[in-house]
Write a protein that binds this ligand. Sequence first.
Ligand code: IMP
Length: 495
Amino acid sequence: MKDFIFEKQKFFSSIKRQFSKPWDYTSKRSHYPNSQVTLVLGSQWGDEGKGKLVDQIANEYDIICRFNGGNNAGHSVVTTINGKKIKLGLHLFPCGALHENTVNLLGNGTVIHIPSLFEEVKLIEDIGINALSRLLISSHAQIVPDLFQLIDGLEENEKSLGVAKKIGTTRKGIGVTYAMEKDRIGLRVGDFYGIHNDVIQKMQFEEQLSSLIRICKGRFNYLLDPKFCSKEDRRKWDEYTNIKRAMDRYTKYSKILSNHNTVINTMDYLNDAIKKFGKKILIEGANGVLLDTEYGTYPYVTSSCTLSAGICTGLGIPPRLLKKIDFNVIGVAKAYQTRVGEGPMATELPKEENTEMALKGGEFGVTTGRQRRCGWLDIVALKYSHQLNEFDQLILTKLDILSGYDTVKLGVGYRLKNGQTLHKTIPIDNSNYDDLEVIYETLPGWKEDITGIRSFEDLPINAQNYVRRIEKLTGIFIRWIGVGPDREETIEKLH
Ligand code: IMP
């Protein structure tokens, strides 16, 4: 593995920054864009526009990493190549995709559906940008077999019949994969990597795979009930439980990945990159803080740690190392609020206004195409998110979508049925949401189209007041404001 790192040095020397000079990692650098490690996290329920920010600042960094989740996440990145505007929907490939001088890394905390990853690689390479040769995958990351995606979907179908609480998952097999990992029967990328030219490893992997399929057949056979399993799903089940098919596919993947030296011990690699070589690391969170398994609106959550804490386990970077370097956490918050899937959302608008906001904001999922639920910005949830992550600054995205409203609202408190009011934390018990009353502050709106504005002082005064009020209520500095989908449609606010 060590040798591999130095082989990658050759790669680095061919790109902008050299991976060679020793670095005193204890010397601090100033904040963004020079922080040595910058983390970008969605502060709400995902889809806040992290992808645009990461894509926008990726050029300042050497290595762009994902630490959690899989292809349940969706990032749209927009760029112009040869005068042509191109929009890419990425799910797994980190958002350094379009910056050829970056290495893109999937950490051990991620879960990887290999065929989907290859589809994204193709998308990127089809627009003339190298992708596979710039990708590194942790040998410890879990694989999402096709079968787990099918099980995820069938479980959702079953839950829809009222057997249990439907989550509204993305059906990408995320929960099933993390559950199998915790049950210690999951498969890791390092398990199949190399099987194309190592007979013993191939036999071992086949054994692992056969036993996993046997266990799945035993545990999930009930899901083949025609009440929730269509004929097509039944056909897929037979296909995905076919060991020969699976072995053939993983052998092919192993060959492709090893041709590009893609699978490594990313913990070693990242720690060396930070400590020995002073490389700059940009980490993008997937999903959103309020979807965290432990701290989100459980059970309506995803199955990984979506918090800043997750980078330590999901990438193998120790907390004390982060203390020694310049580490910067950027929270991404939409100027209003959206959620996909089931689960409570205190500030959700009634149907008609909800659809109006969704249409104005183009709120349709990148991963599933579902219409997102919309509502006013929830300050209580944002403060809670800040408490869990200690953001250094925020980017407030999609402020332009609020143009045209006579008034805009901020949800500043929750009044529960028992009379209790909450101002900085969300209720742990979802039943509290049933009779919850949101305390709103109403501010005057603005009518102007703000997409062409590039300086904070040029925004309509009511838009400026809206931003300043959010800062005051949350205590978080808003550094950037998104006023449109393109990279340049962002206002940098210096104070
Ligand atoms: P899962 O992560 O596919 O298991 O889905 C669990 C819940 O998280 C569902 O409500 C999904 O809609 C939601 N979810 C997962 N990833 C994202 C994301 O990137 N953006 C928004 N919602 C997400």
